[in-house]
Design a protein around this ligand. Structure first.
Ligand SMILES: Cc1ncc(C[n+]2csc(CCOP(=O)(O)OP(=O)(O)O)c2C)c(N)n1
Ligand code: SF4
Ligand SMILES: [Mg+2]
Length: 301
């Protein structure tokens, strides 16, 4: 895991675009401890986007990309929706799939990568909206979980179809009126985290993206568990400020309000027994490694 894969031959360095030179010299590839704190000081994997100003999806994207444990060996799978507007600006391999098909595409991709690169860790991460994940794509989403495919599914839940102007989604809250759903949602929000648990996911978290350190932790956990055991699922509230009538500065407060203990995005997690064991073993190894490094540093001092 390093920048070896993206380095530029010295004789071509000068003629490469400055963005690529930047990536090679300043990206956090290969740094095992990379995380959200690198945002702003190291080369980011996304520098601009075409989302609405202040859209929480852009924050979420940054935190996720900064937290990938293995960016040079990660392939992200997107789906049509506001999320797909960001992928063209992202310095990570990614595939755009037909709306709703993302978990089917990711299944084939992960299997192909395992065959093509035996012995090398290749992470696959799906990132799609709630319409793609729970409505049109629910069959593909669940079948991938049933088959215990080893990749992470992340849903940017903004509780409606934002990209097409605000239609009702299965994850919309009951009674909510949107521009293209004027009657109001007649049913409760579908309990996708519970469905994910029943469909075999090993690590599931439902939360907002108001706290970058939390997003770093859950993204890393989800990817590590998916690598070793099977499907993992993160449902992240990324409110569509445009559709709920908030301005560009109000997204963060909206998330803080929605994560209060009685609200629908109060932090909720499920970790299977094998996943608990795996994460505990990894934490113990990490602790050992840090202690050894500290001892080495003190001997050198
Ligand atoms: C097969 C197919 N069906 C429908 C559409 C139209 N379409 C584009 S984006 C979208 C809604 C996306 O909603 P969601 O997945 O929640 O993402 P968001 O835009 O809210 O981030 C729809 C229905 C499409 N592009 N392809
Ligand atoms: S329409 Fe909503 S979800 Fe899409 S970019 Fe704008 S604020 Fe974000
Ligand atoms: Mg949506």
């Amino acid at each position: 895991m390093s920048k070896e894969r993206i380095k530029i031959a010295p004789e071509f360095f000068d003629i490469m675009p400055p963005e690529y030179q930047d990536l090679v010299t300043k990206a956090t590839y290969g740094n095992e401890q990379r995380g959200w704190k690198d945002i702003g000081t190291s080369k980011e994997l996304i520098e601009e986007h075409s989302l609405c100003a202040g859209c929480p999806e852009s924050m979420a994207f940054r935190y996720i990309l900064a937290s990938l444990p293995n960016p040079e060996d990660t392939v992200m799978v997107g789906s049509t929706g506001c999320t797909s507007l960001v992928f063209p600006h992202v310095a990570i391999h990614n595939i755009h799939s037909l709306f709703g098909n993302q978990n089917a595409v990711a299944s084939g991709l992960k299997r192909a990568l395992m065959v093509r690169f035996p012995g090398r860790v290749k992470d696959v991460v799906v990132l799609a909206g709630d319409g793609a994940t729970v409505d049109i794509g629910l069959d593909m989403t669940m079948q991938a979980w049933f088959r215990q495919e080893k990749f992470t599914t992340i849903c940017f839940d903004n509780e409606l179809y934002a990209n097409t102007g605000g239609q009702e989604s299965g994850l919309m809250q009951k009674g909510f009126v949107a521009k293209m759903a004027p009657v109001g949602k007649g049913f409760e929000k579908v309990r996708l985290p519970e469905i994910a648990r029943e469909a075999g996911c090993h690590y599931i978290v439902n939360c907002t993206v108001s706290k970058p350190s939390l997003i770093e932790k859950v993204v890393k956990n989800a990817i590590y568990v998916a690598r070793e055991l099977g499907p993992t699922y993160l449902q992240l509230y990324t409110p569509c400020i445009l559709e709920i009538g908030k301005n560009s500065m109000e997204g963060l407060q909206e998330m803080r309000d929605a994560e209060k203990p009685t609200e629908r995005f109060a932090y909720k997690e499920y970790i299977s027994e094998p996943a608990k064991q795996l994460l505990a073993e990894m934490a113990a190894k990490d602790k050992e490694k840090k202690a050894a490094a500290k001892q080495l540093a003190s001997q050198g001092a």
